[in-house]
Design a protein around this ligand. Structure first.
Ligand SMILES: [Zn+2]
Length: 233
């Protein structure tokens, strides 16, 4: 629906750096995962075992692990204290599966240790979801029909989306760091494995960075488009 905006080409130019980085990141993720999916782990554990071993080693006994459907649907659910892993990760016996499983356990460790940015992120989630679904239509409709108040509400909502993504970055990097530290500290991975897991998790994190940059650039565009910055009215 963005093409309804007469300044659509300007929008494309503004967000181009973020989009290009996003394309690069997704290519990098695909190739890194394809490579790491063929690398077996030394202990030949499935992702679910890797996750369980870390939880045991970290003394976290109230988190359960379940398989979930869908590609890359892996997540930690703090409300139900459940680690949901996609079939490829749950059953996969590769560096890629181990890395993703460990990263999700990283979120469970954050939760167990009361890591504040995680709870802050989870608090903003409902507003961010609502904002990412409806903010753009409020902004485009508001600007197009001259309802400035509607556009401003939309921009405020979209600001919450951007805020969510910015807070999400340290949470994601921290989860990967905790995961790798736990794996190494408890002797669950070798140094070579740790390096490969690092490559997988860094590639995945880059997609978050690209999405955040795109969102920030989109917000700048909205601010310019609505005349709040850059002196356009
Ligand atoms: Zn994560």
């Amino acid at each position: 629906m963005f093409w309804l905006d007469p300044y659509f080409p300007v929008y494309l130019m503004v967000i181009a750096p973020g989009v290009l980085l996003g394309i690069y990141a997704s290519i990098k993720v695909k190739s890194t995962f394809a490579r790491a999916s063929k690398m077996p782990t030394q202990r030949n554990w499935a992702g679910k075992q890797v996750a369980q071993e870390i939880l045991n080693a970290e003394g976290i006994s109230d988190v359960s692990i379940e398989p979930t459907q869908g590609y890359l649907g892996d997540h930690y659910d703090p409300r139900h204290k459940v680690l949901r892993l996609s079939p490829d990760v749950y059953n996969g016996r590769s560096i890629a599966a181990a890395g993703v499983a460990a990263h999700e356990v990283g979120h469970a460790i954050q939760h167990a240790r009361g890591y504040a940015p995680l709870s802050l992120r989870n608090t903003i989630v409902p507003v961010a979801v609502f904002g990412s679904n409806f903010s753009w239509i409020m902004i485009i409709a508001g600007l197009g029909m001259g309802f400035m108040k509607l556009a401003l509400i939309g921009i405020a909502l979209f600001t919450m989306v951007v805020l969510f993504q910015i807070i999400n970055l340290p949470v994601e990097f921290n989860a990967s760091r905790r995961a790798r530290q736990a794996l190494v500290a408890h002797g669950l991975t070798t140094q070579v494995e740790d390096r490969e897991i690092g490559k997988v998790l860094n590639a995945a994190a880059m997609t978050y960075v690209a999405a955040t940059i795109t969102a920030i650039l989109t917000l700048i565009y909205y601010l310019w488009r609505s005349g709040l910055i850059g002196g356009r009215r």
